[in-house]
Design a protein around this ligand. Sequence first.
Ligand code: IMP
Ligand code: MG
Length: 177
Amino acid sequence: MNKDLREILITEDKIRETVGALAKRINADYAGKQLILMIILKGSAVFSTDLMRMLDMDIMIDFMQVSSYGAGSVSGELVIKKDCENDVNGKNVLIVEDIIDSGNTLASLRSLLEERGANVEICAFLSKPDRRETEVSAKYIGMEIPDEFVVGYGLDYAEMYRNLPYVGILKREVYEK
Ligand code: IMP
Ligand code: MG
């Protein structure tokens, strides 16, 4: 285990099982349809590559990088750092995200893509329901986790730890120092 972690929350085996279960549901729901995976950088870079290789419908992938101001400030205002390349009007779009925390980012992103005419659903590997500020309906959630700061499997702290093959809880002293 990485020395900065307090414990491993989700093992590699559990990750495989979780992604497999998500893929099974998505394959059933989109059978015979076309789907654009809207991969949200950078956190879902790892999750999305595992997920897409388990999907068997016609897939296109695209990327966006976004952040949002909190609901407390300018409500859910979305900052687009990198926009997607596809015209999503009339398309099935599945937003692939690493984790839903406050929900602010995804709620705004979902609205934006719907305004562009897409038929949008959300697939998040993790969700922290206790942290929600903005309700966002995510059809596919891999696992719900407690309110702890986690890293690994794409998730970072200060851009580090994304490469860990498991998800772990970061020691408090790492981010409080
Ligand atoms: P929110 O749902 O708008 O609050 O923001 C979600 C984003 O915050 C995610 O895409 C992550 O980049 C980041 N995030 C939230 N919780 C964690 C965590 O526990 N570890 C790493 N990144 C996190
Ligand atoms: Mg992040």
